[in-house]
Design a protein around this ligand. Structure first.
Ligand SMILES: [Zn+2]
Length: 73
């Protein structure tokens, strides 16, 4: 199959933690490199859904405006 010059990219991601499958837009999903930086293998990517990413890495720095209004720091 020909992809008309585009890389055959993966449209949907699956969370490595909870196995949830993303929609096509990956809103707030995070892809994290999990391979050792000094190996020459292909980079390994772990995909986290928003809730697992927040649990694993903490909240994103930029919170949504509505949420910031509700809970000002
Ligand atoms: Zn998840």
């Amino acid at each position: 199959m020909i992809f008309a010059g585009r890389q055959p990219e993966q449209r949907f991601a699956r969370c490595v933690e909870c196995r949830r499958v993303s929609g096509p837009y990956w809103i707030r999903w995070r892809a994290v490199r999990i391979d050792e930086p000094d190996t020459r293998d292909e980079p390994e990517i772990a995909i986290y859904c928003p809730s697992c990413a927040e649990r694993e890495f903490g909240r994103p720095r930029q919170r949504p405006l509505a949420e910031r209004r509700r809970h000002p720091r």
